[in-house]
Design a protein around this ligand. Structure first.
Ligand code: NAD
Ligand code: LMR
Length: 338
């Protein structure tokens, strides 16, 4: 088959340096596709020329979303699936499964308060993945991510199909926020800013490495502490602004679409695709799962990038999150094995 390079289109500008990937037939499944994140994410994936087939799965309202999206004149084929009996059809042949299924926070709640409902949802969906597309890369958005990723891993281990390089928690929104806030504070163009965010995806487990921002930026200790806190609380900022109507959906869809594009570029053999993601990791001793920069490739995570030097403030942040993250991880593992 002739190999066509991706070209920037009006709908989907391809980011600089990312034009060499070859378009291959790729099926992506979105589980929870009719939700606040699922719908705009599915629209962005429908606009991505690397996605040739888009399977939308939800327990409710998915037929309308699929019909609606299918009228957009891009080449991605859209199909809708609903109910447990149709999950296998949605997943069959998928190379990337993105999971935003589950309930969002309301003001006053922590992400851990979602555990009781979302843990079971993620477990069931991952059992479906294990049965129908065990080689797929799984990108988990459902909160609490610090626990839902270990749940997914345990489910796949039980089924004998776990590949730690293919189970990823989506923490891209933390990076997107850090880039936005740092660019605003320093009068930079956001497209030039890149701030690694490590750890996990809840409160103090979210640790932006401002000292490693590109381009280099200077913050006083007070400014660094304030900026870190803003990034850690950004999810809550949206939850409070939405005042009971849910949590971040549009910025999350944007972030997940970026992450999905990076995964697909990696699958296609594109070089130097780097993202922060929450995965089983040996980057920091004592943290079984950890978000940090990885290089993505044809088999998922190809390489863990070293953390690099941390400031005393960042090192303190790392120490502080240890107990919190371990508790989240243990809760996920215990739930999956009970
Ligand atoms: P939502 O309620 O708008 O949508 C969730 C969707 O999941 C609904 O359409 C619902 O029908 C569906 N669903 C529920 N159970 C399901 C099941 N068993 N199988 C398939 N679909 C199912 O919520 P939302 O705003 O889209 O948020 C979804 C999740 O994403 C929440 O847990 C939220 O906390 C999380 N989230 C994570 C991040 C992140 O950075 N990782 C950011 C924002 C939100
Ligand atoms: C976010 O960071 O926006 C999400 O994790 C949703 C939430 O509950 O804050």
């Amino acid at each position: 088959m002739e190999q066509r390079p991706i070209v920037a289109s009006r709908q989907q500008p391809v980011r600089a340096g990312r034009r060499q990937a070859v378009i291959e037939a790729r099926k992506v499944a979105v589980l929870g596709a009719a939700g606040g994140i699922g719908q705009p994410l599915s629209l962005l994936l429908k606009m991505n020329r690397m996605v040739t087939e888009l399977a939308l799965y939800d327990i409710a309202n998915v037929a309308g979303v699929a019909a609606d999206l299918s009228h957009c004149n891009t080449n991605t084929k859209v199909t809708g699936y609903t109910g447990a009996e149709e999950l296998a059809g949605a997943l069959k042949g998928a190379e990337l499964v993105v999971i935003p299924a589950g309930v969002p926070r309301k003001p006053g709640m922590t992400r851990d308060d979602l555990f009781n409902i979302n843990a079971g949802i993620v477990k069931t969906l991952c059992e479906g993945v294990a049965a129908s597309c065990p080689d797929a890369i799984i990108a988990i958005i459902s909160n609490p991510v610090n626990s839902t990723v270990p749940i997914c891993a345990e489910v796949l281990k039980k089924a004998g199909v776990y590949n730690p390089r293919k189970v990823m928690g989506v923490t891209t929104l933390d990076v997107v926020r850090a880039n936005t806030f740092v660019a605003e504070a320093k009068g930079l163009d956001t497209k030039d800013v890149d701030v690694p965010v490590i750890g996990g995806h809840a409160g103090e487990t979210i640790l932006p490495l401002l000292s490693q921002a590109t381009p280099r930026v200077q913050f006083s200790p007070e400014e660094a502490a304030k900026m870190t806190e803003r990034i850690q609380n950004a999810g809550t900022e949206v939850v409070e602004a939405k005042a009971g109507a849910g949590s971040a959906t549009l910025s999350m869809a944007y972030a997940a679409a970026r992450f999905a594009e990076s995964v697909l570029l990696g699958l296609s053999g594109e070089q130097d695709i780097i993202e922060c993601t929450y995965v089983e990791s040996e980057v920091v001793p004592g943290f079984q799962y950890f978000a940090s920069k990885v290089r993505l490739g044809p088999d998922g995570v190809e390489e863990f990038l070293p953390l690099g030097p941390l400031t005393a403030f960042e090192q303190e942040g790392l120490e502080k999150m240890k107990g919190l993250l371990s508790k989240n991880i243990e809760a996920g593992i215990a739930f999956a094995n009970k």
